[in-house]
Design a protein around this ligand. Structure first.
Ligand code: DAU
Length: 328
C-alpha cells in the first residue's frame, strides 16, 4: 500500500516509516522539517520526502497523490515549549489535522490520527484513562492535541471518512530529540551536565518503547474501525525520579548531577492509560522497560554524531530560556 506519513522525519514518525518500508509498503513522507524534524532520521530509508506543512492544503494534496492511507504524526510535541509560546501548536495540531481530514474526505483514503494520553489530563487520584473518558487537557500542547482529535469523530459522522485515533503513552528510544526527559537526561549525563528534575520528581509517566508504539499504530492502521480511539500504553508506570536514578546508574555519572528545580507550571502529576481494548484485539508491547532503557542509553552513547550537532544554535537558545534561571 502507498501510505502518506506526515511528520515522518520526527522521532516516532521516522521509526514508523522504517517499519512500513521494511514491511513492503511504499511510503511518502510530508514533513515541515522544523527543529525536531531531521532529514537524517530517514537516511538510507527507501521513501519519498516532500518538505511541506500539513496546514497547507496544496502541499498535502500533492504529497497524498495515490496514497491509500494517511498517518498523522506531524505535531509540535513539547509541553515546555507550548508553555513558552503556543501559536504553532494550534496551527499544526488543530488546523493541520482538519486539512488532512479534508484530503481524506476528498480521496477516501484511510486516516490515523496519532495522539497522546495527555489529552485525558491528570490522573493523580488513581485509575487509568479509557477511550470513552472525556478529554481534560492541562497544557497548551495537550489542548491543541485534544482539539485536533475532535475533528476525527466529527468527520466520521458527517462525511463517513474512514478515520481512527491512537493515544500513546510517554515514548522513548533512539533518535528522540534531546528536549524530552529521557534523551535530555542521558545526553546531559554523557556531557557531565546537570539533570534538572522538576518539582519533587514524584510525577508518574507510563513508558512505552518506540517500537511498541509504532506496532500499535500499524495495528490500528490495518485493523482499526472508523470513529474509534485506541489507547497504546507501555504498562511501565514510573516516577520521574526513578527514571533519573536509573539514567545516573546506566551512564555511570555522579548522583550529584541530579538537581531539583522549579516545577513546570500546571504540571500533570500522573498519567495512566488503560490499553485493554487494543490488547484484546491482538496488540501487546514486547519491549522490557529496563532493557529498552539500557539500549536507549547505549544508542546515545554510540551516536554522539546524531545529537551533538543538535545541541547548538536554536537548541541552546531554548535551553537557556527553559533552564538558565532554574539551574542558576
Ligand atoms: O504522554 C505522552 C506525551 O509524552 C507526548 O504526548 C508528548 O509529546 C511528550 O513530550 C511527552 O510529554 P511529557 O511532558 O510527559 O514528556 P517530557 O519528556 O517533557 O517530561 C516527562 C516528565 O519529566 C514530566 O513529568 C516532566 C519531567 N521533566 C521533563 C523535563 C524535560 C523533568 O522533570 N525535567 C525536565 O527537564
Amino acid at each position: 500500500m502507498r501510505v502518506l506519513v506526515t511528520g515522518g522525519c520526527g522521532f516516532i514518525g521516522s521509526h514508523f516509516v522504517k517499519r512500513l518500508v521494511s514491511g513492503g509498503d511504499e511510503v511518502v513522507v510530508l514533513d515541515k522539517l522544523t527543529y525536531s524534524g531531521r532529514k537524517e532520521n530517514l537516511d538510507s530509508v527507501d521513501c519519498n520526502l516532500a518538505v511541506g506543512d500539513i496546514a497547507d492544503p496544496e502541499a498535502v494534496a500533492q504529497a497524498a497523490v495515490g496514497c491509500k492511507a494517511i498517518v498523522n504524526f506531524a505535531a509540535e510535541t513539547h509541553v515546555d515549549r507550548s508553555i513558552l509560546g503556543a501559536t504553532d501548536f494550534g496551527r499544526t495540531e488543530f488546523f493541520g489535522t482538519q486539512v488532512l481530514l479534508e484530503e481524506v474526505r476528498r480521496t477516501g483514503a484511510r486516516f490515523v490520527q496519532v495522539s497522546t494520553d495527555e489529552v485525558y489530563g491528570d490522573l493523580e487520584r488513581g485509575g487509568s484513562a479509557k477511550e470513552t473518558d472525556p478529554a481534560n487537557p492541562s497544557s497548551p500542547y495537550s489542548v491543541a492535541k485534544a482539539a485536533g482529535d475532535l475533528h476525527v469523530p466529527a468527520y466520521v459522522r458527517t462525511f463517513g471518512v474512514n478515520a481512527s485515533i491512537t493515544r500513546g503513552s510517554n515514548t522513548y528510544g533512539p533518535r528522540q530529540y534531546p528536549e524530552k526527559l529521557v534523551p535530555l537526561f542521558v545526553t546531559n549525563a554523557l556531557d557531565g551536565q546537570p539533570l534538572p528534575v522538576y518539582g519533587d520528581g514524584r510525577q508518574v509517566r507510563d513508558w512505552l518503547h518506540v517500537d511498541d508504539h509504532c506496532a500499535g499504530v500499524e495495528f490500528v492502521l490495518r485493523e482499526g474501525r472508523p470513529g474509534e480511539i485506541y489507547n497504546i500504553a507501555g504498562g511501565n508506570e514510573r516516577e520521574n525520579i526513578e527514571i533519573t536514578h536509573r539514567i545516573v546508574e546506566l551512564t555511570g555519572v555522579s548522583p550529584s548531577l541530579v538537581r531539583y528545580v522549579t516545577d513546570r507550571p500546571g504540571h500533570d502529576r500522573r498519567y495512566s492509560l488503560d490499553s485493554s481494548k487494543l490488547r484484546s484485539l491482538g496488540w501487546e508491547p514486547t519491549r522490557d522497560f529496563e532493557e529498552g532503557l539500557a539500549d536507549t542509553v547505549d544508542w546515545y552513547r554510540s551516536n554522539r554524531s546524531w545529537w551533538e550537532p543538535i545541541k547548538s544554535g536554536e537548541y541552546l537558545d531554548y535551553y537557556r530560556r527553559q533552564y538558565a534561571e532554574r539551574l542558576a
